[in-house]
Design a protein. Structure first.
Lengths: 116, 112
């Protein structure tokens, strides 16, 4: 059973509000990821982290920011939400493996954001 | 798509039949993974195949990888109603071992 948690599961907010989506994992994984997914569509990588104090932007341009102050915590923040940010946001983590191997991703249940 | 295209986009078959999904990607990879997603939920890892492997099995799943064609296939044998879900391939580019990039997914429906 994966131990990765996202809150809130559902959020409806007005335009211009600042929001933070929380993601925590208890597996001690070094790598964490944020993906954005519209219903029935592909996942887009928006941010990832190798470990504490390391963050990288993914392939999809995003107005969100992330931080990695603790290994277990990888919050995503939108300073000023807009209707175009309406989507599902999925957090995932994996353990570090040396060389070219990639650990499997463990996903949270997602945060579904609606901006009015 | 940013890296992977999956084919078909949607597949509907009778329970008990085999389901085959295909994934094509653009850049050289270290490995390829397949994930399953039930509606509105997070993804669950199914199987990983390394770039130096050609075929891998796990229960009713069979995955093949052809790096010369930059393609992979996922076969689910003896399908069950509970296999209804979306299936995604995910690649780790050779140039970046920490990135994991997903394809567009195949929506599989199993008719009872």
């Amino acid at each position: 059973e994966a131990d990765i948690y996202q809150t809130p599961r559902y959020l409806v907010i007005g335009t211009g509000k600042k929001i933070t989506l929380e993601c925590s994992q208890t597996m001690g994984h070094d790598k964490m990821y944020w993906y954005q997914q519209d219903p029935g569509m592909e996942l887009h990588l928006i941010h990832y982290s190798y470990g504490v104090n390391s963050t990288e932007k993914g392939d999809l341009s995003s107005e969100s920011t992330v931080s990695r102050i603790r290994t277990e915590h990888f919050p995503l923040t939108l300073e000023s939400a807009r209707p175009s940010h309406t989507s599902q946001y999925l957090c995932a983590s994996s353990e570090f493996k040396p060389g070219p191997d990639t650990g499997e991703l463990f996903f949270g249940e997602g945060s579904r954001l609606t901006v009015l | 798509s940013q890296q992977g295209e999956e084919d078909p986009q949607a597949l509907s078959i009778q329970e008990g039949e085999n389901a085959t999904m295909n994934c094509s990607y653009k850049t050289s990879i270290n490995n390829l993974q397949w994930y399953r997603q039930n509606s509105g939920r997070g993804l669950v890892h199914l199987i990983l195949i390394r770039s130096n492997e050609r075929e891998k099995h796990s229960g009713r799943l069979r995955v093949t990888l052809d790096t010369s064609k930059k393609s992979s296939s996922l076969l689910i044998t003896a399908s069950r109603a509970a296999d209804t879900a979306s299936y995604f391939c995910a690649t780790t580019p050779y140039s970046s071992a920490s990135k994991i990039i997903f394809g567009s997914g195949t929506r599989l429906s199993i008719r009872p």
